[in-house]
Design a protein around this ligand. Structure first.
Ligand SMILES: Nc1nc2c(ncn2[C@@H]2O[C@H](COP(=O)(O)OP(=O)(O)O)[C@@H](O)[C@H]2O)c(=O)[nH]1
Ligand SMILES: [Mg+2]
Length: 363
């Protein structure tokens, strides 16, 4: 292992001065808790208020719907593919160098993979990125998902509860999906796991609570934490191996005019079709998403659970016959191997695309 990887990065004084002006804010949490939604909404608002923002997204696979969406929304961005950012800190440093050659962001948001271990990442960032100011460890949790655990009298999965334990700021997101009394039960549930974390309640969808979270990001700092034990890292790594993830990309073309609702129905049928197959194969859906777009438009569709609606981000007027573009599809599930997920994606696309006279080719 080279010194560059083992030790601190050797930083020139001028680089260090630049980095001292930048805040790095990690917005972490389990699959589909709302990380991208919150980063993009807070980022947009902060930019409107004159702050310079950059976003680094991190996915296991090279095909990342979120990375594309963040780019299409116009943020200065970098992407880390291949696994958790914790294994790619030299690449993070390279991305930061590339961005800071253009401008020094006031806030650099980092969206890590869903299965990251916050205490480990922060201890590595502290060790290796000397001089960079870190926002507190911000962990998002999905109120409706926590409520499910509660109603089934189940404990949170190891991975999720470990993230909640590591939080300095714990964000209960999607409060729009639960009642006041359900929210109070969820609050108690997370406070039992981590009584010390500061609680913030948000609806990324409606924008509630994002002002408070932005202020925390700008004004508060990570306090440091005791080193994480080897046993925790080992248990965490074991639970990560249960997670399946697959990303695919296809070139698509239309053979007839499609209205906006045809395009949305196509994406809805596709995501629901994949999700139903995951469910019937005994797997658990964590997040299934697709990004359809070309140079002039994009539309992201996202499905978190079969009993919830497919959500859309972006706009499309419809597609005329002969239009071309690309579709990227990410499926995250528990309990199914990656190759099996690939088969579910391709067979569902084969079933759904002809109904809308859409042709597709693997790229
Ligand atoms: N109802 C509701 N849905 C939300 C909220 N925040 C995010 N979502 C939806 O949850 C899904 C996952 O969001 P995303 O930001 O992609 O999650 P990520 O995987 O953590 O980055 C998307 O369909 C979002 O539209 C919220 O506050 N309320
Ligand atoms: Mg995301």
């Amino acid at each position: 292992m080279s010194d560059r990887i083992r030790g601190k990065f050797k930083m020139r004084d001028q680089d260090k001065r630049k980095l001292e002006r930048m805040k790095v804010a990690t917005i972490g949490g389990f699959y589909a808790v709302g990380k991208t939604t919150i980063i993009t909404k807070m980022g947009k608002k902060l930019s409107e208020n004159g702050k310079r923002i950059a976003v680094v997204s991190n996915d296991k696979g090279a095909i990342s719907v979120d990375g594309e969406v963040i780019k299409k929304l116009g943020f200065e961005t970098g992407e880390i593919a291949g696994g958790c950012v914790c294994f790619y800190l030299p690449l993070l440093k390279h991305i930061i160098d590339t961005i800071t050659q253009k401008f020094v962001p006031d806030v650099l948001f980092l969206e890590p993979v869903a299965y990251f271990l916050p205490s480990k990442l922060y201890s590595d960032l502290r060790k290796k990125f000397d001089g960079v100011e870190l926002a507190p460890v911000i962990i998002l949790a999905d109120a409706s998902r926590l409520l499910d655990y509660k109603e089934r009298s189940e404990e949170l999965s190891y991975l999720e509860s470990r993230q909640v334990k590591d939080a300095e700021v714990l964000v209960i997101n999607k409060v729009d999906l639960v009642s006041e009394s359900q929210l109070s039960a969820v609050r108690k549930m997370v406070q039992r796991i981590n009584p010390k974390a500061r609680l913030v309640e948000t609806s990324g969808k409606m924008g509630a609570g994002l002002g408070e979270l932005s202020n925390i990001t700008l004004q508060e700092r990570h306090e440091g934490a005791p080193p994480v034990s080897k046993a925790v890292v080992k248990d965490f790594a074991k639970s990560v191996t249960e997670m399946g993830e697959r990303g695919e990309q296809y070139a698509i073309g239309t053979k007839k005019d499609l209205s906006e609702s045809d395009v949305k129905n196509f994406l809805r049928d596709l995501l629901r079709g994949i999700a139903e197959k995951v469910f019937s194969a005994g797997g658990e859906i964590n997040h299934i998403k697709a990004l359809l777009g070309n140079e002039s438009f994009f539309l992201k569709a996202s499905l978190v659970r079969l009993d919830q609606e497919v959500d859309f981000v972006g706009k499309i007027k419809g597609l005329s016959s002969g239009s071309s573009g690309r579709i990227a599809i990410n499926a995250f599930g528990r309990g199914l191997p990656d190759d099996f997920l690939y088969n579910l994606i391709i067979t569902t696309l084969q079933e759904v695309a002809p109904k809308y006279e859409i042709k597709f080719d693997e790229v």
